[in-house]
Design a binder for this molecule. Structure first.
Ligand SMILES: Nc1ncnc2c1ncn2[C@@H]1O[C@H](COP(=O)(O)OP(=O)(O)OP(=O)(O)O)[C@@H](O)[C@H]1O
Ligand SMILES: [Mg+2]
Length: 197
């Protein structure tokens, strides 16, 4: 629909009326922006690297992107086997990292952040740490009725749904750590239950 609109708006740029040409010009500009936003949004909703290459590579992409786009040094470390995890679990862990790093950029005023994954036999731990102002001194928190911003609330909820838990803890000497632990067995059971026979 947006492409169709773009074509029609572009055609209006050859109107005989200067005022129509001016409006067409600005509509063309905003339509191009809308197309780009939709594309970015779609990519973020389900990052192609997560489907194609798995969590290990997708987190590497995420760390690199945030490092390049913001004035932040993002390190990434993965301990343990790199084989694919159940898709549902990969998405949960990716979303946690994405929200946590977004929060670092939005709120932490940090110079460094790290994404660490530790994959053990029966559980996976992801830790996102920054060296910023710390979560209690955060500015103007957006809160829902339970006293949580939607981002942290969502992270907790996603983790709980796959049988894990998430903690927000102060980092040393300063900053914030988000630690999420998800059991592998639980996710695999959910997958078995929901997969068609
Ligand atoms: N890494 C961080 N460092 C400092 N403060 C933080 C950090 N992460 C979150 N906060 C604080 O905690 C609050 C809640 O975070 P949360 O992600 O839940 O909400 P939000 O980022 O404000 O909004 P949303 O995620 O819904 O767009 C933030 O508003 C901010 O004040
Ligand atoms: Mg947030």
């Amino acid at each position: 629909m947006l492409f169709a609109q773009l074509l029609r708006v572009t055609a209006l740029k050859s109107s005989d009326h200067a005022s129509v040409r001016a409006v067409a010009e600005s509509l063309e500009h905003s339509t191009v922006e809308a197309i780009e936003s939709v594309r970015r949004l779609a990519l973020e909703l389900r990052p192609p690297s997560l489907d194609d290459l798995g969590l290990w590579a997708a987190l590497g992409d995420l760390a690199q992107r945030y490092g390049e786009q913001h004035d932040l040094d993002v390190t990434y470390d993965w301990q343990g086997p790199r084989e694919r995890l159940p898709a549902e679990l990969e998405l949960v862990l990716y979303r946690i990292a994405q929200e946590a790093v977004t929060n670092v950029v939005k709120h932490a005023r940090a110079s460094r952040a790290s994404i660490d994954v530790e994959r053990q036999r029966d559980e996976v731990t992801i830790t996102i740490t920054d060296n910023g102002v710390g979560i209690d001194s955060g500015i103007a928190p957006v809160r829902d009725e339970r006293g949580l911003g939607l981002g942290i609330f969502g992270m907790v909820e996603r983790t709980t749904l796959v049988g894990g838990y998430l903690r927000v803890v102060p980092a040393s000497p300063r900053g914030t750590s988000i630690v999420a632990v998800v059991p592998l067995a639980h996710a695999e059971r959910i997958m078995e239950r929901s997969s068609p026979r």
